[in-house]
Design a protein around this ligand. Sequence first.
Ligand SMILES: Cc1cc2nc3c(=O)[nH]c(=O)nc-3n(C[C@H](O)[C@H](O)[C@H](O)COP(=O)(O)OP(=O)(O)OC[C@H]3O[C@@H](n4cnc5c(N)ncnc54)[C@H](O)[C@@H]3O)c2cc1C
Length: 458
Amino acid sequence: MCPRWGGLDNSFDVIVAGGNVAGASTAFDLASKGLRVLLVERRSQARVGSRSCGDGIDRYQFEKLGLPIPRGEFILREVEHAYLNSPDRKVRLRGETAGIAIDRFGLNQYLVRRALDAGVQMADRTEATGPIIEEGHVVGVHCRPSRGGDAFRVLAPVTVDATGWRARLRQAVPADWPMTEVVPHSEMALAYREERRRPEPVEDLLVEATFDFEIAPQGLYWVADRTETLVNVGIGMQWVPGIPNPRTQIHKEVLPKYPGLANTTEIRSGAGVIPNRRPIDCPVGPGIVAIGDAACQVQPMTGSGIGASMYAAGLLSEVVTVALETTKTPTMEDLFPYAHRYHTSYGTDQAANQMLRMSLQALTNAQLNRLMGSGIVSEAEIVSAARKGRLDLSFGKKLKAATKLLGEPRLVRALKRMQSDMESARDLYTRYPEDPSGLTSWRKEVKELFDRAPSARS
Ligand SMILES: Cc1cc2nc3c(=O)[nH]c(=O)nc-3n(C[C@H](O)[C@H](O)[C@H](O)COP(=O)(O)OP(=O)(O)OC[C@H]3O[C@@H](n4cnc5c(N)ncnc54)[C@H](O)[C@@H]3O)c2cc1C
């Protein structure tokens, strides 16, 4: 058996693996409640958070979740409006208040510092390699130094998997625990972005995304000014076989559409994976909880995960604190309220949004042009449906759709179905079971609903 780690106090209440937005927020919230927390991060403290990002805080997500927007030097500017373009770029829909442009690395560094200031101990440059399981409970984590060296173990009654979309710990628990759910690549997006510098400052800052399934199969590309001279250009595509090289698409297809970007210089680039779907069915097991990308807590249409992770961190820390007050070895039942509270709140938005994403992805560029140009759903409504997961289609609008889209009955049917599928998903997540006994039948319903959903292949 590996030795315990001698360099740190071994008596922790919670081990959090992964020190980015989900892990650092969770560690902070738990420590603020008086728990002894160890944060295990494979990178050095100075490098945590250097990741590919659209560099935006979705204001709606924070407002909806009742979260204060973090403030600090990492805030670059308020973004008044974001625009959504049809594939032919003839229709440009203006959304509601969009959000805040941030320095993502600065935000993550701030979150780690905040956790350490609250008393969290950090084992950086340390990789969590797997859970330690005794008598059917996770009781700690196997670790090894990221740059080689002897393996060791750390122990605690609760372990949190915040290792991102690869979910290193939850994927390594026994296969019959529901939390091992495998997320197929087709339910993730591959996103690539470049940070580019403009030679001269611009006055009119732009934030816009364009659906174009030819340039970005089942996805979109975006141009977002972060400051007068820094612009973020990116592309996101569903991770299905045969997708084109995103960098090539940006350089060959996207940059030429923006003459203003011709003389910009690339200063940074990177790709990443976004689990853009509903949250995993069950993010808890005996002595273990998953959060953030490891639990697919991301808004499926916009790919926003910062607010969802920070919200989940608050729920998780409340549930874990209560569990540890009553038992030394929290069971799946003890930790289940975290799953219930997340799924019945933001989970409903995510599920409805995944339906919207799948319904839109089943359309062609030509159909999207027709739909967005038809005026059936107003500007704000389409953009807000993408963010809120609700599509308001009154009887009058359905009638208007039937008239405006005369000759395209398939599109009218798709629109009606989109609305009812979104409502069904929302309803199902509202009925998430209160304890694990209802999980099997609920999961069956989820599978049936999403198996029936439109897809790009149908
Ligand atoms: C290109 C792109 C653009 C995005 N843009 C936005 C945006 O503009 N706004 C927004 O809200 N969201 C955005 N997202 C989504 C958002 O970045 C994620 O949802 C969020 O970062 C999830 O945080 P996390 O902490 O769960 O995971 P991650 O950010 O993936 O962090 C996981 C952490 O765990 C560490 N780790 C991994 N494995 C181990 C291990 N075995 N042991 C120890 N440590 C480990 C990693 O080093 C990392 O620090 C974007 C995502 C991508 C890919």
